[in-house]
Design a protein around this ligand. Structure first.
Ligand code: DAH
Length: 357
């Protein structure tokens, strides 16, 4: 049933249609202009163009008109319908564009660098800082940085390094064995020597910083995990003199000293022959202090000339090639360098501690 208000009744004056059409058009135009977002526009659309909207209802009157009136008014009614539909589409597009712009504007004004109260900045860990410094020294001498697994097999951690199954030297490094037979957490970065020599022919010059694990009880100077830097140079005619010169240059660079004497004592490591332990002159005193325990010397690394058995294990001929290797206590260097007196601080992740570097 068409609901016809009094004004629209059949036979009302032509003028009434004209003013009604105008009124509807103006009302609709104004309401759309005032609709400030898409939701409000949709409400206006329903109010005017919906199933029983004001314009929809008005247009239905045409059906009730005499055929003569239909002829003279049909076009006008139709125009109202089409024009209001078109102006609705225009306004819809306008608001859609405006909304899109608004979203873009909000995104553009989001400043990712804006300062926020209480925000904390990260910094490099002291071990990373010193490791990078040592890497720089060796890269400048033509070395490459190498890496190896922390979960390792007995072969790479011991056997290939000339430490046989029942060799007492295995007791020097208390090992974390995994439940998987033959697997362990590497006790030394020396495993990288084997991985590298298996994949690369001499000449080889690598530096391998990394974490190692020992099943030890912890105190201020012992930890179950700490860092070492392994160095390996294999080529022709590599001698002890090359090793000692390299270590001296390295330690002078780390501790920022023009001259830093080193001292060499015999040491036993199954994968080098001869093996040595290298001490460096205390960089903090001239006559003995608490850091060097009044001895003026600080023990800093194990080293030696690569054992012929190790070269053979990776298929290199010991009559043709020779090399040196060293294992520097990176954690020890970090502690000395920054005056850290408890090794455990290095893995507590305490922000107040880490912020100092
Ligand atoms: N891997 C030894 C350790 O953890 C340190 C070491 C000594 C490494 C002599 C070497 C070396 O490369 O030649 O105690």
């Amino acid at each position: 049933m068409i609901k016809i208000t009094e004004n629209y009744q059949i036979g009302i004056l032509e003028m009434d249609y004209v003013s009604k059409i105008q009124e509807l058009e103006q009302g609709f135009g104004l309401a759309m202009a005032q609709a400030s977002d898409l939701n409000k526009l949709e409400q206006v659309r329903q109010q005017y163009l919906g199933r029983s909207g004001l314009i929809t209802e008005f247009v239905k009157i045409i059906k009730e008109l005499s055929s003569e009136d239909k002829k003279s008014w049909g076009g006008e009614f139709n125009r109202l319908k089409i024009a209001s539909e078109q102006s609705y589409q225009l306004r819809l597009q306008e608001l859609q564009i405006a909304q899109k712009r608004q979203v873009e504007l909000e995104r553009a004004s989001f400043d990712v660098t804006a300062y926020q109260v209480g925000r904390q900045f990260g910094s490099l860990h002291p071990c990373s800082l010193i490791s990078a410094k040592i890497e720089d020294v060796f890269i400048s001498m033509g070395y490459q940085i190498a890496d190896g697994p922390e979960i390792e097999t007995e072969f790479y951690n011991f056997e290939a390094l000339n430490v046989a199954k029942d060799h007492p030297a295995r007791d020097m490094q208390d090992t974390f064995w995994l439940n998987l037979p033959g697997y362990l957490l590497r006790t030394q970065t020396s495993n990288v020597q084997i991985h590298t020599m298996q994949n690369q022919q001499p000449p080889i010059a690598i530096l391998a910083p990394g974490r190692v694990y020992r099943s030890e009880s912890t105190d201020a100077s012992h930890d179950f995990a700490f860092m070492q830097v392994e160095g390996l140079l294999v080529g022709r005619d590599i001698s002890m003199a090359n090793l000692l010169a390299t270590m001296q240059v390295c330690l002078q660079a780390i501790f920022g000293q023009q001259r830093l004497e080193i001292r060499v004592r015999p040491g036993f490591f199954p994968f080098v022959e001869p093996g040595v332990e290298i001490d460096m002159e205390c960089p903090f005193c001239k006559q003995g202090c608490s850091v060097c325990k009044r001895t003026r010397w600080i023990e800093i690394c194990g080293a030696g000339l690569v054992h012929p058995n190790v070269l053979r294990a990776v298929g290199a001929d010991p009559d043709e090639f020779s090399g040196f290797a060293f294992g520097l206590g990176l954690t020890r260097v970090v502690m000395l360098n920054y005056g850290i007196n408890d090794i455990r601080l290095l893995h507590t992740n305490r922000v107040a501690f880490l912020q100092q570097f």
